[in-house]
Design a protein around this ligand. Structure first.
Ligand SMILES: C[S@@+](CC[C@H](N)C(=O)[O-])C[C@H]1O[C@@H](n2cnc3c(N)ncnc32)[C@H](O)[C@@H]1O
Length: 258
């Protein structure tokens, strides 16, 4: 995707007091590099968001990318709508992210209608949607608002519509939790991050990114009303779920064939 790939060096130097992590300009400037080197499987998930969009986007509906950051998933949606007349809406409450996202999208040629809004996802007045993406965003929403947001998303989706939810996850089994955390840190080291960078970023994120278990996510999706949901991707402690509003397999097939 057309993005500048500035290297993430934010936590390279020792910081006496690590500040809480924020999606400010410093992060937005290096975010593309940061997320690829921090989230194993990220690029694979973004590619699959495109594939799932092809299968579920419906004519004359809206497609949302909630917490769109620099627009990687927004672009995956746009590039996979074919000739479906959909309006794509990216939303992020970080002004720095929105500015860069708009720059990225302005570089592509497309007939698809899109808009990028600087807004809190909790305040969206959703329009009828066939695809809604929460790609590593829900984990930053305070726990007490997560159920309501998912219910709003379910209500906004048309029959056959899909929510794609990707999250860092934790495990109720302490051994597994530590094992996956250690392997994730080993992954980050292969990506060029030092022990200092890994531990300072971990401290910065501690009270900001609140992971939940797979079971909590699947229960929440079911309680929100989704008739079909499952885990479709997991690499270490990173996972992606799909949740579909009342449809049969045949409806999906006919959407793909159209
Ligand atoms: C890890 S990034 C998401 C990555 C992006 N979805 C992608 O696929 O590349 C999380 C994003 O969610 C945004 N965010 C966090 N809380 C938000 C909220 N309440 N409303 C809107 N955006 C939010 C942050 O500003 C940040 O850009």
């Amino acid at each position: 995707m057309p993005q500048t790939n500035n290297p993430d060096k934010i936590y390279r130097q020792y910081q006496q007091n690590t500040q809480e992590f924020q999606f400010d300009k410093t992060v937005a400037d290096v975010f593309s590099d940061m997320i690829k080197r921090s989230v194993p499987g990220y690029e694979n998930i973004v590619e699959m968001i495109g594939v799932l969009t092809q299968a579920h986007a419906q004519q004359d509906s809206h497609c949302y990318d909630l917490g769109c950051s620099l627009g990687a998933s927004t672009l995956a949606i746009i590039h996979n709508l074919g000739d479906k007349n959909c309006q794509v809406i990216g939303v992020d409450n970080s002004a720095a992210m929105v500015e860069k996202c708009l720059n990225n999208l302005n570089k592509i040629k497309t007939n698809i209608n899109y808009q990028i809004e600087c807004q809190d996802v909790l305040e969206i007045d959703f329009k009828p949607a066939s695809v809604i993406v929460l790609n590593f965003t829900l984990q930053f929403i305070p726990l007490e608002y997560r159920d309501d947001l998912l219910r709003k998303i379910y209500n906004a989706l048309l029959p056959g519509g899909i929510l794609i939810l990707s999250e860092k996850i934790q495990f109720s089994d302490t051994y597994k939790n530590e094992l996956f955390t250690d392997i994730h840190h080993a992954f980050k080291k292969t990506q060029g991050y030092s022990d200092l960078e890994i531990s300072q970023k971990r401290n910065a994120l501690e009270n900001v990114l609140i992971p939940e278990t797979k079971e909590t996510h699947l229960n929440r999706l079911q309680n929100a009303g989704f008739e079909h949901s499952d885990l479709w991707f997991q690499c270490l402690n990173f996972a992606s779920f799909f949740a579909i509003k009342n449809t049969t397999k045949n409806t999906i097939k006919s959407t793909i064939n159209n």
